[in-house]
Design a protein around this ligand. Structure first.
Ligand code: AMP
Length: 280
C-alpha cells in the first residue's frame, strides 16, 4: 500500500489507473479507523481494481472548534489496518492539499439538510459536500462507499451526485457495524471512559426495544418513549430523536406515511456527541 499526501501525486496515479482501464473505489474517512470503516474498505477492495482510502479530518465540516481539536488522530495505526485490509492507497493530505485556497462553494440540499443534523450543525453538510466533491474530483472513483451510520449524510451525498454532476459515480451504502453490546462503532467512542461506554449501550438498546413497541404505539408515542428511556439513564441527554421517511428524510407523523421509516438520534454523553439510527 502506498501512502500519498500530495494531491498532484494522487492525480497522476489515478490517471494511470484510468488509462489502464482499472476501476477505482474510494472510501472517504476522517481516520481513527475501526471495524465500521473496515467493513467499507473490505467491500471497496472486493468490488474495485483499486481501493483508495482518504484519511482527512476536514475542518470545514466542524462547527465546533473543540470537537475538531479533540478529534482522534491515529494515522500510523490507520495505515497498518488499511494495509492489512488490502487497500492500495491511503490518501492522507494536509489541509492545504485539499483546500489550496478557501472553499467558498455553497451547496443546497433542500429539504434534506433542513432537518436533524442540518439545523443542529449549521454549515456541517456544506463542509461535507466540499470535501467529498473535492475527493471525487481528485480520485475520479467509479464507486464510493459510505456508512448508514451517518444516515443523513448518505442521503445528502446521493443528492449531491444527482444535483451537482456526479451521475456516473455509484454511491454504495454500507450497514452500521456495532459492538457485540449493540453500541454503534464510532471514532468518537475513543473519547468515552469504560463506564461511559457501558452507559452508551442504552442508546442502541432503546432503539432496538422501540421496534418491539412500534405495533402498539403511534409515531409520537414511540419517539417520546425513546427519548424518555434514554434521558432516564444517568449522564445521557437526547439532543433529538426524529422518525423520518428514509428516502426524503422528512419527519413522519403516521407509520402509514412511508414504507421506509427510520429513527435517527443524537445523544450527548458528557461532551461526546453520539449518533445512531434504526430502520423500523
Ligand atoms: P468518519 O471517519 O466518521 O467520517 O466515517 C467515515 C465513513 O465510515 C462514513 O461513511 C461513516 O458513515 C462510516 N462509518 C463510521 N462508523 C461506522 C459504523 N459503525 N458502521 C458503518 N459505517 C461506519
Amino acid at each position: 500500500m502506498k501512502v500519498i499526501s500530495a494531491t498532484s501525486e494522487l492525480e497522476v496515479a489515478v490517471s494511470f489507473f484510468k488509462e489502464l482501464g482499472l476501476t477505482v473505489g474510494l472510501v472517504p474517512t476522517m481516520g481513527a479507523l475501526h471495524n465500521g470503516h473496515a467493513s467499507l474498505v473490505k467491500k471497496c477492495v472486493a468490488e474495485n481494481d483499486v481501493c483508495i482510502v482518504s484519511v482527512f479530518v476536514n475542518p470545514t465540516q466542524f462547527n465546533n472548534a473543540n470537537d475538531l481539536a479533540t478529534y482522534p488522530r491515529t494515522l500510523e495505526a490507520d495505515c497498518k489496518l488499511l494495509e492489512s485490509l488490502g487497500a492500495n492507497i491511503a490518501f492522507a493530505p494536509t489541509v492545504d492539499q485539499i483546500y489550496p485556497y478557501p472553499d467558498t462553494r455553497q451547496f443546497d440540499f433542500t429539504p434534506l439538510d433542513k432537518v436533524m443534523e442540518g439545523p443542529m450543525r449549521p454549515g456541517h453538510f456544506n463542509g461535507v459536500a466540499q470535501v467529498v466533491s473535492r475527493l471525487f474530483d481528485i480520485t475520479k472513483p467509479n464507486r464510493a462507499y459510505f456508512g448508514e451510520k451517518d444516515f443523513q449524510q448518505l442521503a445528502i451525498i446521493r443528492e449531491m451526485c444527482r444535483k451537482y454532476g456526479y451521475n456516473d459515480l455509484e454511491i454504495v451504502g454500507c450497514p452500521i457495524v456495532r459492538e457485540e453490546s449493540g453500541l454503534a462503532l464510532s471514532s468518537r467512542n475513543a473519547r468515552l471512559s469504560d463506564s461511559q461506554k457501558k452507559t452508551a449501550v442504552g442508546i442502541s438498546k432503546a432503539l432496538f426495544d422501540s421496534k418491539n413497541i412500534k405495533n402498539s404505539k403511534n409515531v409520537a408515542e414511540t419517539k417520546q418513549w425513546v427519548v424518555d428511556t434514554i434521558n432516564a439513564i444517568d449522564g445521557m441527554e437526547v439532543e433529538y430523536y426524529e422518525i423520518v421517511d428514509g428516502n426524503t428524510l422528512q419527519p413522519i407523523s403516521d407509520w402509514k406515511e412511508t414504507s421506509y421509516p427510520v429513527g435517527c438520534i443524537t445523544v450527548y454523553l458528557g461532551d461526546v456527541r453520539l449518533i445512531d439510527n434504526i430502520k423500523y
